[in-house]
Design a protein around this ligand. Structure first.
Ligand code: UD1
Length: 428
């Protein structure tokens, strides 16, 4: 069992290079299955979710290797079309393999992913997209068996702009016969990154980043080299860390325009934000102001993945902030833990009302999902005393070298590893 020990009260300062995007790397790695030859993917973060993805590729028969941030995938001999339940269980987002496996083999067998920490997370839209292009889906005993006698382009109208369903629709349409239009698709930068990689491989996809994507099916994809975009949610995490600690932090290797819905809220909280082409600097002095409304929405709206981080910010701001979570139904699990640290938050359904307090205090708290875990570490950074955040496995899914990145910005965070009854201090 591992936990983060955070000694609060230090102002963060310095600069940090932001890691590659997990949510871009996952579908791009799945997409390498459609490629005949060796794909070279740069700027891939070293995370447990990525290790699980590479494990799935290997299990399907790909040859996979990694040299620091670069991953090489050769799918030429990948004949597998089934993802074992144990690997599906490890990472719910492995459902993104569905479109790529069907696209390369005409069939796929996966287990039904089921719900997760932040909600029920159905996959009806993924399956609807597959069916629209001629895939037969049989569900039973927790397994999903998909097969097609030939993928045919068609019109896919999503009732909600789901990120994963859009990715699966693009992946399955890439090698389908004819033209596919995906209406009301997700517009997240990670979708554009996936389409850019596929187009480098010879796909014909237009409209990525807009609400209608058109895919003209091609027979096969050739190999290509691609660098994953930087992680906008990780960037927002370190920006909030700078804000709540009254610090001065510069993030390098970022795409500021991916944070167009986030940066104005940090300014509303009273932070000074300076943006250059690929960097963002945040300076915070004095007590933060409340943020009137934080409303999560599909991109380009405020990201649900940054909501927990801003709950921490609102907890120490002056005045009352209102947070509305519109994307996932169970995404306030960090709230009772923040309350243990002295935050004053009331939730009702999808709404949280946060009455800012002057100081939080250290406590033992439990991470229950990825971003909620990060939010608790940030709360520890601005709290009085020591905070122990249990369950580092959640943050390990999405943050590369989290504690060392924070330490490089002057935070006092280390990982406590409990093994055979003995407690060891790791890092820093
Ligand atoms: C992705 C991101 C996740 C982010 C989310 C929303 C990855 C690996 N994960 O998740 O970090 O929080 O986008 O920005 O990229 N829904 C359905 N039926 C479906 C699919 C989705 O009802 O078939 C619902 C979900 O339950 C949820 C909403 O749509 O309420 C949004 O989900 P979706 O956009 O699909 O998120 P993910 O792709 O799972």
């Amino acid at each position: 069992m591992q936990s983060f020990i955070v000694n609060g009260g230090r102002r963060l300062n310095g600069s940090l290079r932001v890691q590659g995007s997990k949510n871009s790397a996952l579908p791009i790695l799945a997409a390498t299955l459609l490629v005949k030859g060796k794909s070279v993917i740069h700027n891939v973060p070293d995370l447990s979710d990525i290790r699980c993805t590479l494990g799935i590729l290997k299990n399907l028969g790909c040859s996979v290797s990694r040299e620091s941030g670069t991953v090489y995938v050769d799918s030429s001999c990948a004949s597998g079309y089934e993802i074992p339940e144990s690997l599906m269980r490890e990472m719910r987002s492995s459902v993104v393999f569905l479109g790529a496996i069907i696209g390369s083999h005409g069939k796929a067998v996966i287990s039904t992913p089921g719900g997760c920490e932040i909600g029920l997370r159905p996959i009806d839209l993924h399956l609807y997209a597959m069916k629209r292009l001629g895939v037969e889906v049989n569900e039973g005993s927790g397994r999903l068996c998909c097969s097609t006698s030939g993928l045919e382009g068609g019109k896919i109208t999503l009732s909600f702009p789901s990120v994963g369903a859009t990715e699966n629709a693009v992946l399955v349409a890439t090698t389908a016969k004819g033209i596919t239009t995906i209406v009301n698709c997700a517009r997240e930068p990670e979708i554009s990154d996936l389409c850019e990689f596929l187009n480098k491989c010879g796909a014909r996809i237009s409209g990525a980043g807009e609400s209608i994507i058109t895919v003209e099916g091609v027979n096969a994809l050739h190999n290509a080299e691609h660098s994953v975009i930087c992680d906008r949610i990780v960037a927002s995490t370190y920006l909030v860390a700078g804000a709540v600690s009254g610090g001065d932090v510069e993030l390098l290797n970022t795409e500021p325009h991916h944070l167009n819905s986030v940066l104005p809220l940090l300014e509303e909280a009273g932070c000074d934000i300076r943006v250059k082409c690929k960097s963002i600097r945040i300076k915070a002095t004095g007590r933060l102001n409340r943020i009137d409304k934080i409303i999560t929405q599909p991109y380009p709206g405020f990201p649900t993945d940054s909501q927990a981080l801003f709950t921490t910010l609102a907890s120490v701001a002056e005045g009352t902030s209102v947070i509305v979570e519109n994307i996932f139904e169970s995404r306030f699990k960090h709230v009772p833990e923040l309350v243990r640290m002295g935050a004053k938050i009331r939730t009702e359904g999808r709404v949280a009302v946060v009455e800012g307090v002057r100081r939080l205090y250290g406590a033992e708290v439990q991470a229950q999902d990825l971003r909620g875990g990060a939010a608790l570490v940030l709360a520890g950074i601005c709290a009085d005393g020591t905070t122990e955040v249990l369950n580092t496995e959640f943050t390990d899914r999405g943050y590369e070298d989290f504690e060392n990145c924070l330490c490089s910005l002057n935070a006092d965070v280390y990982r406590k590893v409990k093994k055979d009854g003995a407690i060891k201090k790791k890092n820093c």
